[in-house]
Design a protein around this ligand. Structure first.
Ligand code: HDE
Length: 725
């Protein structure tokens, strides 16, 4: 027998397997104990069962799921060296079977998500209006797990789609889990849960062709929308910059529906929940979003992960808008209609707490994928309203989790398990993980056994609401105004923000092949605002007269503008947590690079270098300045502001590269602040850079102008020049 055939290939001599003689080096390494292995085994063990006294001896050994030590993890059991594999090979079959079942159904919507652990700290007590424990004691911290998501795309789609973002928070309170399953936009497309499957089918990839992925710019979406006037307010939001967040750390969150808070006396106060990012809101421009999708489709998840890993913990304030029945009756719109919001100028936000995300998941499947949010997960002191969307959601989420997670015991998966005592007489079921002992599995019982009883003082009690009426399939007339708040949103935007809405509608509708759908949409836009419709029609090259869509209620023009609805009117100058990309040429002024790095860091930002080679460049003082990105892998779309530092010699080399010219041109056309060292100016000229407030000459002697400029964000005045209407 040759030496080779005696190796770990598992040869048969007669009926007996010849034992391993010469394990390959890598195999020996795989089998050798390493510090990580025991903990892996422990996790696999993970059923709470006690270890057999002998098993510690083999704790570094790979085992099957039954705990059987595995002798060979490289080769399947076969007949003869080149023969067929045996059915008997339970090690192979178990491993492959488990692998085949690794995926669970992805979420039909919100499939692509990223999440983190953290805490919520109460800063203002709501004890007068809610008996919920989480709202009582100022300073009390409640653990949370928060998942951000896009809606339309599948799990592997880009983070940068134009889309609503999910903002779902699971609070592990002392009285059970409360899930606030919100979005980054305060209104929704539809008014009744009945329409949700239609909406989602319309926006998802078209079923006959399987595309487009993660995009609303196609016929079925706009066909549906153009037949659903109730979606117009939401359409204004999703065509705005809100649908293109720069980072999930820089976007709002909203509970959307009106909920109820109940105090100890059972008194109800309506509430709307708002999350506000402490880093301020920031969006990207559309062309940037498209290019980031190519450069880094994981842009948002990487950003969140890195920030938390580096200790730069994102935080949001939680605010409430509180109101009573009297306000609800007097308000211009129905507070049960999720296509409407209550402007902050009408009911100001009261800040009650702060959420900080300070820990990344350690296993995306176990945590981000298996987390099961349900709107029906509320705690005593928080209750529902009759919003027909919320009522439908209360059914849908639980139903979804049963399908996705496979059975009624999904609350036992660690990420979903409450962190407070939990006991009842629900028993058994698929994947029951606990040993539910004893004779008593019912209530009431007078036998010896667990004596669990309801508690009407502490327990969940629904708001006592008087409800009476005929059983009907109707939509309340109070839900009929579809255009007024759409108009109010559009009117409340700054000029650049309005331009973006026009551009987004023009882009999306230009992708619609069926002319009638485009015409129908223009009929809705003209109901919102004449000039909006005309500008979009003009952008589409549609010269026909626009015919108003039929409507019972015309858009009101008496609603006051709400500056709170605009991102730009609320922007605070800051470079905190933002990134500066510095393109380096050979011989770059080392003192200038160092001054830039220091200034950016002291403004709270991150400094990244980009060079033709990942090895970096040799600076003016002869020392090597390493690069964080090679030019092709570090396009300027990945940075909030840019600088180019080069010598004359380095300039020559950079100018020959289309990529370097494109790098500067993109930054300029994405309205970024561009800092240029004296020798970098010709590269700016080649890239079409024209002098404005955002084009700064860099000098090691003074960084102040540059830092003030980058804190200001984008140079909006440049936009008409680079993207004329
Ligand atoms: Fe959801 N939604 N939704 N939704 N939704 C789901 O639940 C549904 C709605 C939202 O990170 C699903 O576990 C219906 C509004 C978020 O895991 C599903 C209706 C808002 C997430 C579902 C709505 C949301 C979901 C899919 C109309 C903002 C992701 C997977 C009545 C307030 C949570 C899942 C996570 C997920 C149903 C409308 C937010 C199918 C029927 C309005 C953030 O159950």
């Amino acid at each position: 027998m040759s030496k080779q055939s005696m190796s770990r290939r598992g040869v048969l001599a007669g009926a007996a397997t010849i034992p391993v003689i010469e394990p390959a080096q890598s195999e020996a390494k795989a089998a050798a104990p390493s510090p990580e292995v025991p903990s892996i085994n422990k996790t696999v063990q993970g059923n709470g069962g006690e270890l057999h006294p002998l098993s510690s001896e083999i704790s570094a050994t790979l085992t099957t799921n039954q705990g059987v030590p595995i002798g060979d993890n490289q080769n399947s059991l076969r007949i003869g060296e080149r023969g067929p594999t045996t059915l008997e090979d339970f090690v192979l079959r178990e491993k492959i079977t488990h692998f085949d079942h690794e995926r669970i159904p992805e979420r039909v919507v919100h499939a692509r998500g990223t999440a983190a652990h953290g805490y919520f700290e109460l800063t203002d007590s709501l004890a007068d209006v809610s008996k919920a424990d989480i709202f009582q004691k100022v300073g009390e911290r409640t653990p949370v797990f928060t998942r951000f998501s896009t809606v339309a795309g599948n799990r592997g789609s880009t983070d940068m789609a134009r889309d609503v973002r999910g903002f779902a928070v699971k609070f592990y309170t002392q009285e059970g889990n409360w899930d606030l399953v919100g979005n980054n936009i305060p209104v929704f497309f539809i008014q009744d849960a009945m329409k949700f499957p239609d909406l989602v089918h319309a926006v998802k990839e078209e079923p006959d062709r399987g595309f487009p992925q993660a995009a609303s710019a196609h016929d079925t979406f706009w066909d549906f929308i153009s037949l659903m006037p109730e979606s117009m307010h939401m359409i204004m939001w999703v065509m705005s910059d809100r649908a293109l967040p720069r980072s999930v750390r820089m976007m709002d969150g909203f509970g959307v529906h009106s909920f109820r808070l109940l105090n100890a006396a059972g008194k109800s106060t309506y509430v709307k929940f708002h999350w506000r990012p402490e880093l301020g809101k920031q969006s990207v421009v559309w062309d940037e979003a498209v290019k980031i999708s190519g450069a880094d489709p994981d842009y948002h998840r990487r950003d969140l992960w890195n920030a938390i890993a580096e200790g730069d913990f994102p935080a949001w304030t939680l605010s409430v808008q509180l109101f009573d029945e009297e306000f609800a009756k007097s308000f211009d719109f129905d507070v049960l209609d999720s296509t409407k919001l209550i402007p902050e100028e009408v009911i100001p936000l009261r800040v009650i707490g702060r959420m900080v995300l300070d820990r990344n998941p350690t296993n995306v499947f176990a945590e981000t994928e298996q987390v099961a949010f349900c709107t029906s997960h509320v705690v005593p002191g928080i209750d529902f309203t009759n919003d027909p969307l919320l009522q439908g959601r209360n059914f849908s989420y639980l139903d979804t989790q049963l399908k996705r997670l496979g059975g009624p015991n999904f609350h036992q998966i660690p990420i979903n398990a409450p962190r407070c005592p939990m006991h009842n007489f629900q028993r058994d079921g698929h994947m029951q993980m606990s040993k539910q002992e004893g004779r008593i599995s019912y209530n009431p019982s007078a036998l010896d056994g667990p004596n669990l009883n309801e508690n009407d003082a502490k327990g969940f009690v629904s708001f006592r609401e008087h409800v009476q009426g005929d059983k009907l399939r109707v939509r309340s007339k109070t839900f009929s105004d579809h255009y007024s708040q759409a108009r109010q949103f559009y009117m409340s935007q700054t000029k650049p923000e309005q331009d973006h809405i026009v551009a987004a509608l023009t882009f999306e509708l230009s992708k619609v092949e069926t002319v009638e759908i485009r015409t129908r949409m223009l009929g809705h836009l003209v109901n919102i605002d004449d000039s909006l419709a005309k500008r979009v029609a003009d952008g589409l090259g549609d010269t026909d007269a626009i015919v108003n869509a039929q409507t019972e209620i015309k858009a009101r023009s008496d609603l006051k503008n709400s500056p709170a609805l605009s991102i730009l009117q609320n922007a605070q100058p800051t470079f905190k947590s933002r990134v500066l990309g510095c393109l380096l040429g050979e011989g770059a002024d080392a003192a200038l690079v160092s001054a830039l790095r220091t200034a950016v860091k002291s403004a709270g930002g991150t400094f990244k270098t980009i060079a033709s080679k990942i090895g970096g460049v040799v600076g003016s003082d002869g020392s090597r300045i390493p690069a964080d990105y090679q030019l092709d892998g570090g396009p300027s779309v990945l940075f909030d502001a840019v600088a180019v530092v080069t010598s004359k010699k380095g300039l020559e080399e950079l100018s020959r590269k289309v990529k370097a010219v494109e790098w500067v041109n993109d930054a300029f056309s994405h309205l970024k602040v561009v800092g240029l060292s004296p020798d970098a100016k010709p590269l700016g000229d080649m890239a079409g850079v024209k002098k404005d407030n955002g084009i700064i000459s860099l000098s090691a002697a003074g960084m102040d102008d540059f830092i003030v400029a980058i804190k200001g964000g984008r140079i909006w005045e440049r936009e008409p020049q680079v993207r004329p209407a």
